[in-house]
Design a protein around this ligand. Structure first.
Ligand SMILES: *[C@@H]1O[C@H](CO)[C@@H](O)[C@H](O)[C@H]1NC(C)=O
Ligand SMILES: *[C@@H]1O[C@H](CO)[C@@H](O)[C@H](O)[C@H]1NC(C)=O
Ligand SMILES: *[C@@H]1O[C@H](CO)[C@@H](O)[C@H](O)[C@H]1NC(C)=O
Length: 445
C-alpha cells in the first residue's frame, strides 16, 4: 500500500497542531524592596512557548497576601491585557503581538507583610522586623533561571533563609541564580532584619471635596494615624527621648505631607485645637508640609487630626455649557511609603448638579448618592461617596466626575439672601411703626 505524500503531510500537520503549548519561564528577575513598611516588588518574566508557537496566554498567580497594588506591563512599559480569574487569585494575560517569547513586567505593593519582631520593644531599643515570603516566584510554569535581589536598607541582618547560592552586599541579599525550578515551588523565605522606618498606618481617612461654583474647592481630610511597628514596652520618658535623639528611632516625630501647589488657607488641627504647621515649603509644583504631632508617636500609639485647604476650581474643573467635569486626585500623599487601611471619599457638589457620572482609576465601593442640607440650601447638595481598602502611594490618581449644572441655580442663593434681607427690612419697618405708635400713645398718657 502506498500512502500519498499529501496525506502524509496532512497527517504531520495535524499532529503538529495538536501539540499543546508548553510554557516556561526562561528567566525571572525579581527585586524585593523591604526597606520600608511596604513590600515593593518588581518581577521581570521572560516567558516562552517551547513548541515555538506564538505565546498567546500566560497565567500569573497572585500569591502576595495583602496585595494593595499591581501593574502588569510589557518590556516597554505598555500596559498589557490582564483579567482576573479564579476568584481574583490569578491574572490571565493575553498578548497582542505574536511571538514565541514575551516579557512581562509585574510591579506590586503590599502592606502588612513586614511585621515587627519582637512585637514589643523598650524606648531605646532597635526595631527589628520579619518578612515571610517565597524564595522563588510562585508560578504555574517551570523556571529555567531565576535571581532575586532583596533590598533591606540595612546591613544589620539577624537571620535569613539560606538556599545556595546566595550572597550579601552592603544593604542587600542576593538569592540565586537558581536553575530549573519546578512549577508551583513554594519554598519559604524568611528574613529577620533591622527596620527602623516608622511603621505608620492611616487606620481611617475621610476625605471631603466640596465644590463651589464661586471659584473654590475646599478639601478636608480627617486622619486616624497609628504607629503599627513594635509596641512600646514600659513607660515613655521624655527626658531620655530628648537627651538621646538617636534612640527611639522608630518613633514618629514628624513627617511630610504633600499638598497641591495652589493650596491656600492650610489648617491642621487635632482634638486639642490648632497646631501650627512646623514647616511649609512652596515648591514649584507642590507644597511640602512638615507635620509634627504634639508628642512623638511610639509603637501602638495613635493620633487623630484634620487637615484642610482650598484650591481654585479653575485648575480642576472644565465646563462646556451646562456640562461640568471635575478631575482630581482620589487620594493624596499623606506621608512617604504610606499605608491606608481604609479611605472614604465624599464629593459635595453645588445644589442643582445633576446627571452625575463618576469614573475612577481603579475599582472602588460606591455608595448611594445622598443630599446634604446646609444653610440656605433648598433641595440640598448632591453627595457622591465611595470607599476603598488598602491603599498606597500608587493609588494617587485622578477620578473624573461629570455632571450638569445650570447657571440659574447659581443665582438661587443670592436670591434667597436678598429675599431674606428684604423680608427683614419690611418687618423692621413694620415693627418700628408699631413701636412708634406705642411710644406716641405713652406720651399722650
Ligand atoms: C495580611 O496577610 C496575613 C498573612 O497572610 C494575614 O494573616 C492577615 O490577616 C492579612 N491582613 C489583612 C488586613 O488582610
Ligand atoms: C486657629 O488658627 C486660625 C488661623 O491661624 C485662627 O484664626 C484661629 O483663631 C485659631 N483658633 C484657635 C482656637 O486657636
Ligand atoms: C465626561 O465628559 C467628558 C467631556 O465631555 C467626556 O469625554 C467623557 O466621556 C465623559 N465621561 C463619562 C463617563 O460620561
Amino acid at each position: 500500500m502506498k500512502i500519498s505524500p499529501v496525506l502524509l503531510n496532512l497527517f504531520f500537520l495535524t499532529c503538529f497542531c495538536a501539540i499543546k503549548a508548553k510554557i516556561v519561564n526562561k528567566n525571572v528577575e525579581r527585586s524585593l524592596d523591604l526597606s520600608s513598611q511596604l513590600v515593593k516588588s518588581t518581577i521581570k518574566i521572560t516567558a516562552e512557548d517551547t513548541t515555538g508557537k506564538p505565546l498567546k496566554e500566560y497565567v500569573l498567580i497572585l500569591n502576595e497576601p495583602n496585595l494593595s497594588y499591581i501593574s502588569v506591563t510589557d518590556g516597554s512599559k505598555n500596559e498589557i491585557q490582564a483579567r482576573k480569574s479564579n476568584g481574583g487569585l490569578q491574572y490571565v494575560i493575553t498578548f497582542g503581538s505574536s511571538s514565541a517569547h514575551q516579557i512581562i513586567l509585574v510591579e506590586t505593593v503590599s502592606t502588612k507583610n513586614i511585621m515587627p519582631y519582637p512585637e514589643e520593644i523598650k524606648q531605646h531599643e532597635i526595631q527589628f522586623a520579619k518578612y515571610v515570603g517565597l524564595v522563588h516566584l510562585y508560578s504555574n510554569y517551570e523556571t529555567y533561571s531565576q535571581k532575586t535581589i532583596v533590598k533591606l536598607g540595612t546591613s544589620n541582618i539577624l537571620s535569613h533563609t539560606q538556599v545556595k547560592p546566595f550572597s550579601t552586599a552592603t544593604d542587600k541579599l542576593i538569592f540565586g541564580p537558581y536553575e530549573n525550578i519546578k512549577a508551583l515551588s513554594k519554598q519559604e523565605l524568611v528574613i529577620h532584619y533591622e527596620n527602623q522606618t516608622p511603621f505608620m498606618t492611616v487606620k481611617n481617612l475621610e476625605r471631603t471635596i466640596e465644590v463651589s461654583h464661586w471659584g473654590n474647592i475646599a478639601i478636608q481630610e480627617s486622619i486616624q494615624l497609628a504607629h503599627s511597628g513594635a509596641k512600646l514596652k514600659g513607660s515613655f520618658s521624655r527626658y531620655d527621648f530628648q537627651k538621646d535623639g538617636r534612640s527611639s528611632q522608630s518613633a514618629i516625630k514628624s513627617y511630610r505631607t504633600i499638598l497641591p501647589s495652589s493650596a491656600s488657607g492650610v489648617y491642621y488641627r487635632d482634638t486639642n485645637g490648632n497646631i501650627s504647621t512646623s514647616n511649609m515649603n512652596s515648591l514649584n509644583d507642590f507644597i511640602d508640609l512638615e507635620l509634627r504631632p504634639r508628642f512623638p508617636l511610639f509603637g501602638g500609639w495613635k493620633t487623630q487630626y484634620t487637615i484642610g485647604y482650598n484650591v481654585p476650581s479653575y485648575e480642576y474643573m472644565y465646563s462646556n455649557g451646562k456640562k461640568y467635569q471635575l478631575k482630581m486626585h482620589l487620594i493624596d500623599h499623606i506621608y512617604d511609603n504610606m499605608a491606608i487601611d481604609k479611605a472614604a471619599i465624599k464629593i459635595v457638589l453645588p445644589e442643582g448638579a445633576d446627571n452625575i457620572q463618576l469614573t475612577t482609576p481603579y475599582t472602588i465601593n460606591r455608595r448611594q448618592n445622598e443630599l446634604v442640607h446646609t444653610y440656605l440650601d433648598t433641595v440640598g447638595r448632591p453627595v457622591i461617596s465611595f470607599s476603598k481598602l488598602n491603599l498606597v502611594e500608587s493609588h494617587i490618581a485622578d477620578f473624573t466626575l461629570n455632571y450638569t449644572f445650570s447657571r440659574v441655580s447659581l443665582l438661587q442663593e443670592p436670591f434667597l439672601v436678598s429675599g431674606f434681607i428684604y423680608i427683614i427690612f419690611v418687618l423692621t419697618i413694620v415693627l418700628l411703626r408699631l413701636d412708634f405708635s406705642i411710644a406716641l400713645h405713652s406720651h399722650k398718657d
